[in-house]
Write a new protein. Sequence first.
Length: 491
Amino acid sequence: MIIKLAKKNNKMRITVIFTAAVILITAVIVVSVMAMSGKKETIEKMINIITVETVTPEIGSISITGRFIGNMEPDHQVFVFPKLPGEVQSVNYRVGDTVKAGDILFAINATDIINSIKSLEAQLETQDAMVRAAETGILLAGGSAMQSQILSASGGVAQAGAAVKQAQLNKEQVLIAIQQREMALSQAQLALDTIAKSHDDTETLFAVGVVPKAAVEQAETAKKNAQIAVDLAQSALEQVQNNYDIAAVSLSQAEQAYNQALEGQRIVTGQAPEESLRRASDALEQAKAARNIIMVNLQTTREKLDDAVIKAPISGVIESRSVEPLNMASPQSPAFIISNKDSMLVAFNVPSGTASNLKIGDAATVEIGGTAYAGAVSEVGVRVNAVGLFPVKVRISGDTSALMTGLTAIVTVNTRYSEGAVTLPLKYVYFRNNKAYVYAAEGDTAVARPIEIGLMTDETVEILAGVGLDTRIISTWSPDLKDGAQIQTIH
């Protein structure tokens, strides 16, 4: 019995010990599990905190640039037209030469003008003699020596008669010149008609493919030159016709003076001194008036002679020349184009929105053949041109001697700009549904702040509303960054 009881007690003791061990292990496990659970929450909480850096908006300027294609042109360029038609006598400069203002570019044959000047000078000399005769008539009319008066009156008649003969000779010479000019005009017109018909025939043949385009161009050139020849012949005819009118007037005046001289002679021999003096005074006034008309015509013709010598109106480089010796020059065609390249411009066109934002003096960059030049806006058009855009010009700074008129250039200029703007780097701005926002650090929380933006470039954005200069903008990117995220700011 004692042995059985002992065995039974040992068995109970073992059971109690085993049970206590199980409870202890369970408690340990439970405590461990509870401890691990709290630590996990702490770890998860620590993992969800985002470490960020921040920046604040700054005051600055922002601009948007545009690129436009334009063409080079000189700041000052003139087209030189001859004032008179005629045959080119000599040409002194070629394309590319540099000229100064006042240099003689070319000269037109002025033979007809010179002949007109000589004729007018002869008429003036004759008229001067008539004035002197009239002045002598005044003296004779007021004198008392009748015999002397008669002799002087006879001399006046002789001089006036000589003047009439000279005026008749001048008129006949001019008439011959008119006949020659009429014949030249007729021949030029006939040549024009022939060439015009040939031109029409050539165009017809070109239309059916018989002759090349070059033949049509040659025919057009021939027709143009023939028309110029007709115009020149017409101008020459009008010139000598004008000379004929002058000669006719001079003859009429000479005949009138001759008649007056005869009348003066008659008065001296039979009329009262008072009547003689009045008539002599009238004759003198008429003679002086006729002389004044000749002098005005002579001055005008001499000015035409000056126009036969064409001079450079400005200093610069000759960029075009269309006249050659022995060819015809026309007032309708520019003979020379001269450009002053001390200052070069780029002309280009912009839409209305860009034109309204540009102002004189805005900086620009001009690129020509891979070389960049600094420049500034010098002109902004206020009305649209033929292509429906606004013309703008940029003046290039520095040495422009190597630049040529007509070269294509690329102009870069600020089309929109804002000064004193609140700016922020674009990389810190987010967009969703076409709306912009930033993440602001407010305490230990990231807050999504909607913003209103203005100008925007590849690197910078203008902020119009939504944040201030003291707003701390999160500048660190994180995939977990969102509205309400927990953050830790690095100061």
